[in-house]
Design a protein around this ligand. Structure first.
Ligand SMILES: Cc1cc2nc3c(=O)[nH]c(=O)nc-3n(C[C@H](O)[C@H](O)[C@H](O)COP(=O)(O)OP(=O)(O)OC[C@H]3O[C@@H](n4cnc5c(N)ncnc54)[C@H](O)[C@@H]3O)c2cc1C
Length: 533
């Protein structure tokens, strides 16, 4: 294998696959994409309904947790992160959202010119091949990532949507990725011909045979080499040895919101005192590296029932499940071609807000208390998600060796203001369960449980049961102030030839699931790198 390239991309996750494909469109440049994990062809990764096993399979993840979280009874919260081609996009829930247009206007208002909604919308469109929503002002129909509604959603979704309608307080939403993503409705997923359409499938796979693209798997980048203020390449650990790989043009770090700051710190880019404490020579003093960690906290309301309408494993559902397997094997259609997360709601939990502050994500399947990855028995769940948490955590080094996982103090609910929207969401979820369309399933509330009525009981439940929606961002924040890690062109401040392009550059989290926004960031980064506007 050659040891010299123009562009070296660290991490073949959601962002890295986009960049590898876009940059290698130019046959005159040599691109190397380096991924710590292995391939993404396992059925758990490919079959949408097996998302639970994909998340929990040890071979596909980094096995991270937070440090003990003080506001959550000192529990360590699981932090699934994909360690395979496609990264977290190869194990995620495939729900397609963009956030709220005002989120991007906020980014631009903070000094990030060009990142306002009108600036980013062309990149959302460019990445998208939407089968159902065809308004050309908002949607792409010729991009790499296939987006669709689930053709035959579970009937419980209709009951969930009717429950919302019966309250008479909220509007239906036909397009959660348009200019007004507010209300309740069926959501879209990134699925194509019955398979997960991650950026590994949609971008990287078609580009893989290009002679100017080299993809290394099971290869972990140990550090970015910085010489005279310039990133000259990386050191890679693969097949038992360390190999230097040089980058004539740029090193682009796409290792995700947890590993990108770790890699920068190990490369001497971070808060000087913290680096020196680990014996690391400082190449650029950037105290913002690893700071500003935030994520969407999530809290489930889980219902259990005898009725077997929901997705789930049971004797009563055996004929239907057996048929689903046959249908999928024959035509890649039906229940197994669904990502399970088929409907949702983005709503304002209180008056006086300028955009929805919570998501109530519906799951027409029981949530197992024991964590078994497929629903055993029947029921449904609503996950309340705080879209704009104020709490900020931090990623720090646990040692100077990248093979030791970094420390993640998520600091969930450290700011007490993050709790109130969750309680309002839980109470609304209960009202939905009591509405006639859902009440007719005679489900009982397993969690938090009917006895948890007042704020104190619900807060106690939150402390013992809240987790996250798996959307960490912000740890290599883009900006123009002293705490920023990258500038609005995503160039690392103080080091030439080095960019970060992934969820870590978000200045603030968007009000929706983060995969499509990361794709947008990578699409825009490709243009910035190629000097196109
Ligand atoms: C369980 C789960 C469910 C989710 N559900 C949804 C959803 O339904 N919809 C949605 O929009 N979003 C969802 N998300 C979030 C979304 O998938 C992420 O925001 C997105 O994938 C982040 O992309 P990224 O490029 O920043 O990082 P990643 O996709 O995590 O990519 C980082 C890559 O870098 C590699 N890497 C790290 N360190 C190194 C190193 N030193 N050397 C080499 N390689 C390295 C990793 O192995 C990984 O492949 C979910 C995420 C998870 C984990």
């Amino acid at each position: 294998m050659r040891a010299g390239f123009d562009f070296v991309i660290v991490g073949a996750g959601t962002a890295g696959c986009v960049l590898a494909a876009r940059l290698s469109e130019d046959p005159s440049v040599q691109v190397c994409l380096i991924e710590a994990g292995g391939p993404a062809n396992h059925p758990f990764v490919q079959i949408p309904a097996l998302v639970g096993p994909a998340i929990m399979h040890r071979a596909f993840g980094w096995g991270l947790t937070t440090e003990p979280e003080p506001a959550l009874d000192n529990r360590r919260i699981p932090l699934p992160r994909g360690k395979l081609i496609g990264g977290s996009g190869s194990i995620n829930g495939m729900a397609y959202h963009r956030g709220h247009p005002r989120d991007y206007d906020d980014w631009a208002r903070a000094g990030n010119a060009g990142w306002d909604w009108q600036g980013v919308l062309p990149y959302f469109r460019r990445s998208e091949n939407n089968a159902d929503l065809r308004d050309p002002a908002l949607h792409g129909t010729a991009g790499p990532v296939h987006v669709m509604h689930i053709p035959r959603p579970n009937p419980l979704n209709e009951a969930f949507l009717q429950a919302f309608a019966s309250l008479g307080e909220f509007q239906p939403c036909a397009d959660f990725t348009g200019s007004e993503p507010e209300g309740y409705g069926l959501r879209q997923g990134t699925i194509h011909r019955g398979r997960r359409d991650s950026t590994a499938a949609a971008y990287l796979q078609p580009a893989r045979s290009r002679p100017n693209l080299t993809v290394l798997t099971d290869a972990q980048v140990l550090r970015v080499r910085v010489e005279s203020g310039r990133a000259s390449g990386v050191d890679v650990f693969a097949r038992g040895g360390v190999q230097p790989i040089t980058a004539a043009a740029e090193v682009i770090v796409c290792a995700g919101a947890i590993h990108s700051p770790q890699l920068l710190m190990l490369s001497g880019i971070g808060a000087p005192d913290a680096l020196r404490a680990q014996g690391i020579t400082v190449n650029a003093a950037l105290p913002g590296v690893g700071a500003n960690y935030h994520d969407h906290p999530a809290l489930p309301l889980t219902m259990e029932m005898h009725d077997s309408t929901s997705y789930g494993l049971s004797w009563r559902a055996l004929p239907r499940n057996a048929w689903a397997v046959l249908e999928y094997m024959a035509a890649r259609r039906g229940m197994l071609a669904s990502n399970v997360f088929e409907s949702t709601a983005f709503i304002r939990s209180t008056s006086g807000l300028d955009r929805p502050d919570i998501q109530i994500a519906f799951q027409p399947a029981r949530r197992n208390p024991d964590g078994f990855p497929l629903p055993r028995g029947h029921g449904f769940a609503m996950s309340v998600v705080n879209l704009y948490p104020r709490s900020r955590g931090q990623v720090t080094l646990s040692s100077a060796d990248i093979r030791d996982p970094p420390r993640v103090q998520a600091s969930l609910f450290q700011d007490p203001a993050d709790i109130a929207p969750m309680l309002r969401g839980l109470r609304l979820a209960r009202r939905l369960c009591a509405a006639p369309s859902l009440a007719r399933y005679h489900a009982h509330e397993a969690q938090p449980g009917a006895a948890a009525l007042d704020d104190a009981a619900l807060i106690a439940y939150l402390r013992r049961a809240a987790g996250t929606a798996h959307h960490p961002v912000g740890t290599c924040r883009m900006g123009v102030d002293a705490g920023a890690v990258v500038d609005p062109q995503l160039r690392v401040n103080g080091v030439r030839g080095l960019r970060v392009v992934d969820a870590s550059v978000f200045p603030s989290i968007v009000g929706g699931n983060t995969n499509a926004p990361v794709v947008m960031v990578a699409e825009r980064a490709a243009d910035l790198i190629r000097g196109r506007n």
